[in-house]
Design a protein around this ligand. Structure first.
Ligand code: EPU
Length: 435
């Protein structure tokens, strides 16, 4: 992938209010975990409503390289793990995304051994795996963590043994990995201080649809009774919480009126509450949310938190909008230690923000002005797009491939709502306007 000045770029002509309706795709983070979880099955699995994103493609390829039969057709994938012949994922692919760490739990839980390189993913601060490893050790695995490779092996035969595990912090990935590792273990596992995020519940639901016995997902204590085998299933991924939220923010930021269809409003309550506080109108019913501008965008105090608090993955798009809110906003990022890099870029558009450690003080300006910006990670990319949509004039976004990792047809969906985003593949300028 060519990065930066010589690579692809998006050009956004700002200042156009979004209006109309948009459909939400399957969730990125739930899909990545469910794809990994399918390795635990003794039969064939069909996954529906997979999003068209780069990370899902890489995750499926990782499974194929382990020997899994994978056939993808549109939003469905049929995964047959019976032919798996390796327990060490391909290094370059594993290092492309954070969710490759789930292969550790899935392979260990199914075959009693796994060897994975440290996962990659967005550079948003320290992303340790100590809780994953601690939990796997408690389940009876010998785990070494040296030279960037984690090797884990069940001490007794090829099966782990249930245990009581107290997580020192709430970790989404750690909770999911330990569900994967323990669902076929001998006996019962109790997971204390578990994460409650929708994708934790999704993984438990998916595993239960194959015959696993997991209770309490969505609360902070999860009880897993290990089973001997898991049968085939057909399972549809829940809608993407963060795509939904990003669309809600984009609607509010452009003084628009957008109806978001096929989403889960209860997953969006923390964001909806903040938008209402800003003066934006938010209505929902069934699987639809409508976001309407009232012409007012007040500054806010905001703190990211574990679910059901305000999600860290929406902090970046939200702070982009706050750059042009009325008043001074105070944003505290409690989950990751380096998730304000986008604010440096937004300063080029006239945004006034000061970052001290994990707190950003944002003095709203009346208007942002188009500039050349570089995406540094997935949600930073989405934040720059939100800023570009709000700004006067044209904004250039370099490194847009970060956005493709996690948002399906993002430019195309926004263009269908009235945005004007042109995707350019090369400097020579083969322009392609999103439909
Ligand atoms: N942490 C540890 N030790 C561990 C695990 C986590 O110290 O063993 C720390 C991390 O360093 C971090 C915090 O705990 O500071 C939270 O990490 P968590 O494990 O909850 O996050 P994750 O599993 O690495 C997932 C999502 C992220 C999302 C976070 C929080 C996936 C693939 N990634 O990451 O999504 O921000 O949960 O909700 O599901 C994104 O989609 O853009 C994204 C970054």
């Amino acid at each position: 992938m060519v990065e930066g000045a010589n690579g692809p770029r998006w050009i956004i002509e700002g200042g156009r209010p979004l209006s109309g309706a948009v459909d939400i795709g399957g969730g990125k983070n739930p899909a990545l975990a469910v794809i990994a979880a399918s390795l635990l099955c003794d039969e064939q699995v069909t996954i529906e409503n997979l999003p068209y994103i780069e990370d899902a493609r890489v995750m499926l390829e990782l499974l194929e390289c382990l020997g899994t039969k994978v056939s993808r057709c549109g939003r469905s994938a049929v995964i047959d793990p019976r032919t798996v012949c390796r327990c060490a994922p391909r290094r370059d692919l594993a290092q492309a995304l954070r969710a490759s760490s789930y292969l550790l739990g899935a392979l260990l839980g199914r075959w009693g051994q796994a060897e994975t390189p440290y996962p990659g993913g967005c550079d948003i601060g320290d992303r340790a795996l100590d809780q994953h490893i601690k939990g796997m050790r408690a389940l009876g695995a010998a785990v070494t963590d040296q030279y960037g490779v984690i090797r884990a092996k069940a001490r007794r035969g090829d099966r782990l043994v249930g245990a009581e595990i107290y997580l020192d912090m709430v970790t989404v990935g750690g909770t999911i990995n330990l569900l994967l590792a323990s669902c076929r273990a001998k006996g019962q596992t109790l997971l204390f201080n578990a994460a409650k995020e929708p994708h934790v519940v999704e993984v438990a639901n998916f595993l239960n649809s194959m015959g696993a016995r997991i209770k309490g997902a969505g609360t902070d204590v999860i009880r897993v009774t290990g089973v001997d085998s898991l049968h085939g299933t057909s399972y549809a991924i829940i809608p993407d919480q963060i795509e939904t939220g990003t669309m809600m923010i984009a609607a509010a930021a452009t003084d628009g009126d957008v109806t978001i269809r096929g989403c889960i409003p209860t997953h969006m309550e923390a964001l909806s509450a903040k938008l209402l506080e800003m003066g934006v109108r938010v209505d929902d019913h069934d699987d639809v949310i409508r976001v309407r501008s009232t012409g007012i965008r007040r500054a806010l105090t905001l703190k990211t938190q574990v679910y059901p608090g305000f999600p860290t993955d929406l902090q970046q798009p939200m702070t982009a909008m706050l750059c042009a809110a009325r008043g001074v906003s105070l944003v505290t990022e409690t989950i990751f230690d380096s998730r304000f890099k986008h604010l440096r870029e937004l300063a080029r558009m006239g945004a006034k923000a000061q970052v001290m450690d994990r707190v950003a003080v944002i003095e709203g300006v009346p208007e942002l002005t188009g500039a050349s910006l570089t995406a540094t990670d997935l949600r930073a990319g989405a934040a720059l797009v939100v800023a570009g949509l709000m700004a006067r004039g044209a904004t250039e976004i370099l490194n847009p491939h970060y956005i493709d990792r996690g948002y399906e047809y993002f430019a195309e969906k926004l263009n269908a709502l009235g945005a004007r985003i042109i995707k350019e593949d090369s400097r020579e300028g083969q322009a392609e306007a999103g439909a």
